[in-house]
Design a protein around this ligand. Structure first.
Ligand code: NAD
Length: 236
């Protein structure tokens, strides 16, 4: 129970990696709020319908948490993927993707950090980036750029809010979630995604384990870092 009595907020926790993180945090004793624009199935969480790209939604979310015990841990996990050749990519695509993946992280991060500073009891922020921030990917340049931006926010916030609040990122490799669409993916795509030294894609629980570490008592000397559970696809 490494997170006993901690109050955690997980955006994008209705599905995939975010849901696995919410489950793992709850299993470690945290009180977890899931903020997602989709409905949250199952019990054991406080669920809030929030669009992370809407400032009023995010301010309402954090002011609600302020009145009900505050926040100790934020995981910025909500994200979308648009896969399109650059030459077919519109400004509407750009704004839709950046609204969620970058503006959403900025808004939730800003309001959560505002509350953490006011509370003066420390805090952890964990931003979910991607290995593609480092590797790049054809037909995915907007997504890759958004995740590069998430890593830059992470490093700057780590400096700005040290030493009391620790800010780190996780850059997963391909993980079996609805975003990857494994059920609909061809054997060829699956084989391509599995081209890493460990020879397979990852499971959401393997990303949740990294989040539990970064949120917990073992990570007190880490800030501005990026943990990379990616099967060895990118090595630093
Ligand atoms: N699956 C992968 O292979 C992989 C790899 C690297 C990084 N990631 C990142 O991990 C994170 C989680 O992805 P996942 O694979 O679990 O995907 P997912 O589609 O299963 O979950 C994403 C969740 O974010 C929510 N969401 C989307 N837009 C939102 C918005 N505007 N406001 C609130 N909630 C919103 C969705 O409703 C969904 O519940 C994303 O940031 C993604 O970029 C995923």
């Amino acid at each position: 129970m490494t997170l006993k009595d901690k109050r955690a907020l997980v955006t994008g926790g209705a599905s995939g990696i975010g849901r696995a993180i919410a489950d793992a945090f709850a299993g470690e004793g945290a009180r977890v709020t899931i903020a997602d624009r989709a409905e949250v199935a199952g019990a054991g969480f406080e669920a809030r319908r929030v669009d992370v790209a809407k400032e009023e939604d995010v301010i309402g979310l954090l002011s609600g948490m302020k009145q009900t015990g505050g926040i100790d841990i934020l995981v910025n996990c909500a994200g979308i993927l648009i896969e399109k050749p650059l030459l077919e990519t519109s400004v509407v695509d750009f704004e839709r993707l950046m609204d969620v993946n970058l503006k959403g992280v900025f808004l939730v991060g800003r309001e959560a950090l505002r509350l953490m500073v006011a509370q003066d009891r420390g805090g952890r922020v964990i931003n979910i980036a991607s290995e593609l921030a480092y590797l790049g990917r054809e037909n995915c340049s907007l997504y890759c750029a958004s995740k590069g931006g998430v890593l830059s926010l992470t490093r700057s916030w780590a400096r700005e809010f040290a030493p009391k609040i620790l800010v780190n990122a996780i850059a997963p490799g391909p993980i079996d979630t609805p975003m990857l669409g494994i059920e609909m993916t061809s054997p060829e795509t699956l084989a391509k995604e599995s081209q890493n030294p460990l020879g397979r894609i990852g499971r959401p629980e393997e990303i949740a384990a990294a989040a539990v570490f970064l949120a917990g008592p073992g990570a007190t000397f880490m800030t501005g870092q990026c943990v990379s559970p990616n099967g060895g696809a990118a090595m630093f």
